[in-house]
Design a protein around this ligand. Structure first.
Ligand SMILES: [Zn+2]
Length: 308
């Protein structure tokens, strides 16, 4: 999808709604309350009414678009900007490009990101690399920091070679925490897991039954590739993330880091998908609403899952 194509295909509210309707209800409109298919269209009000329970709703009700005052054409353009920006796009840039307020652009970006959070993703298998990196502190000093550096945020990356990537904002890099991410994301019949020599990996591998499938690259000894033992593919994803953070997001608040990671992961895993624009809209029209109040008071959902 290019900007001229977008302008041609989705030049009006009606056209945008027509697409969202097809994506939300591929088998025909269904009442949100009683699931009945006996629904009539109140075209002038851009609504549907259920003939069984009389409930009125629109294609936007109870989705990421819920209660929006922005034109759908603006939403569609914002989606295109977000999915086309390999390193991400700041709220300030969206504000300037779409001619909307900063607050609106910020909230808009976050709602699109919220729809990019996919539950029940497939487990990673085959050859998998796992690595950790540290973000924050002073700008341009995104180097690996020491254990327990409280000024920095920890990101765990797991990537299947020739496959998908997962990013997590982690509370720490203790064995138990790493084991949790392994259990939740790496298949039990994985062939091999490559990591660096961080001393909590052996415990995590033992705990998850992967002791004999664990290969370590000795970065401290300045060895970066040893046969097929390396963590270069997950590190290349980290470097894209860091360039995005330095170049576009600047001051990133730790409580929203998980949302930026979700966006990076979503786009990275779909970088060769022709249909990423439509796919993103499909997630948006099937995702739950994210209110502004919830967004500004949210806690990092990853942190709630980690045992203290
Ligand atoms: Zn109904």
């Amino acid at each position: 999808m290019t900007l001229p194509e977008l302008n041609r295909m989705f030049s009006s509210d009606e056209r945008c709604r027509e697409l969202l309707k097809k994506l939300r209800w591929p088998l025909g409109v269904e009442c949100l309350r009683c699931k009945s298919n006996k629904v009539c269209e109140l075209a002038t009000q851009k609504k549907f009414q259920c003939m069984e329970c009389n409930y009125q709703f629109s294609v936007l009700t109870q989705t990421i678009f819920h209660d929006t005052h922005l034109p759908l054409e603006t939403w569609f353009m914002a989606v295109l900007l977000l999915i086309e920006a390999r390193k991400g796009i700041s709220a300030n840039q969206v504000k300037r490009t779409l001619g909307i307020s900063y607050k609106t652009a910020w909230y808009l970006n976050h709602r699109i990101r919220a729809a990019m959070k996919i539950s029940n993703q497939p487990m990673l298998a085959g050859k998998v690399e796992m690595d950790e990196t540290y973000l924050g502190g002073k700008q341009h000093t995104y180097s690996k920091a020491g254990f327990g550096d409280s000024n920095k945020e920890i990101v765990i990356g797991i990537r299947q070679r020739s496959g998908e990537l997962r990013f997590f904002h982690a509370q720490d890099v203790k064995s138990g925490t790493l084991a949790k991410y392994i259990k939740e994301n790496i298949s039990e019949d994985v062939d091999v897991i490559f990591t660096d020599e961080l001393n909590s990996y052996p415990g995590a591998m033992k705990e998850t039954g992967n002791k004999d499938r664990h290969k370590t690259i000795k970065h401290k000894a300045k060895i970066y590739v040893d046969g097929d033992t390396h963590t270069n593919t997950v590190e290349s994803a980290f470097s894209l993330l860091k360039r995005g953070l330095i170049g576009t997001w600047h001051k990133l608040s730790a409580k929203h880091l998980h949302a930026y990671l979700t966006e990076m992961e979503f786009r990275f895993n779909r970088r060769n998908h022709e249909e990423i624009f439509i796919e993103t809209l499909r997630y948006m029209v099937t995702a739950d609403p994210l209110t502004y109040a919830n967004l500004i008071t949210e806690k990092d959902p990853e942190f709630d899952k980690v045992p203290a």
